[in-house]
Design a protein around this ligand. Structure first.
Ligand SMILES: C[S@@+](CC[C@H](N)C(=O)[O-])C[C@H]1O[C@@H](n2cnc3c(N)ncnc32)[C@H](O)[C@@H]1O
Length: 250
């Protein structure tokens, strides 16, 4: 009886692994189109999924609103902090965090998780340093997007980056992050990433008092965050969205 149970558990685990591998292979070959968003900044669009890497109402505006003003701004000038980004993508959030660290003397260790790294040539076409009027810092951005995966890199004196090529599902944190940028594709296309299973990993990876910010305001997402222990606030959303969510580890 026990053998039968173990056998079916093993089969189930294997079929989940196969499903993940097939999904990863399909996702890698999906077409990515460059689009212009409403604030003039570019982003990427997945036509087969009808899904965007950033808000169509403004990629840069969204990044500042959700991740910087509702997240990074909670940390005082001169702070030392560790940021975890779920979905490194184009590196836009990482670059903006770097620019802010320069203005406010922050010391940041930034870990960006990504299951499907983008082609560097494609990212360059988005011209984020130009769109952010930060051409003087373009070399730092180039270092970020071209840096090797799974190798920590010192981008500047106060900014260290580790890009981890890894599926969210495989991540296990250990109470050493202060801030999480949760930036997966929407729950419509990736419902499995907006679940208690993933959020409990996020909770475990934060220090007590740590913060998670996300552009999503869905009721099911808020409930899943609360169920794993987060204290959740609904905040005004970026242009085009009424609300967004911020969770605090208590
Ligand atoms: C909304 S985009 C993030 C945009 C990114 N933060 C930026 O500034 O460009 C979601 C990202 O999550 C990645 N992703 C989606 N599913 C994933 C998974 N299961 N594991 C790891 N990465 C995943 C995608 O490849 C994509 O880069």
């Amino acid at each position: 009886m026990i053998h039968l149970f173990e056998g079916s558990l093993c089969f189930l685990k294997r079929s989940i692994v196969y499903e993940l591998i097939i999904f990863a292979a399909i996702f890698k070959v999906l077409e990515r189109k460059i689009i212009k968003t409403a604030d003039g900044s570019s982003s990427l669009y997945l036509p087969q999924w009808d899904e965007n890497y950033h808000s169509r109402h403004g990629a840069i505006q969204e990044a500042y609103h959700v991740f910087i003003r509702s997240g990074l701004d909670l940390f005082k000038k001169g702070s030392k902090l560790r940021i975890l980004e779920m979905g490194f993508g184009t590196g836009l959030n990482c670059f903006i965090s770097f620019l802010e660290s320069q203005k406010r003397d922050l010391q940041i260790e930034y870990v960006g998780l990504e299951g499907y790294p983008l082609d560097v040539g494609l990212i360059e076409k988005l011209k984020y340093p130009e769109a952010l009027k930060a051409l003087d810092f373009a070399a730092f951005y180039n270092d970020m997007i071209a840096s090797e995966w799974d190798t920590p890199v010192k981008i500047s004196e106060g900014f260290e980056l580790l890009k981890k090529e890894m599926m969210f599902e495989k991540f296990h944190g250990a109470q050493n992050f202060d801030l999480i940028y949760f930036d997966a594709f929407g729950a419509r296309v990736q419902p499995e990433l907006w679940t208690e299973t993933i959020f409990s990993k996020m909770y475990a990876s934060l220090r007590p008092g740590g913060i998670l910010v996300t552009y999503s305001a869905k009721g099911s997402v808020r409930r899943a965050l609360q169920a794993v222990g987060f204290e959740v606030e609904r905040l005004p959303g970026p242009p085009g969205k009424r609300e967004m969510l911020r969770g605090r580890k208590i």
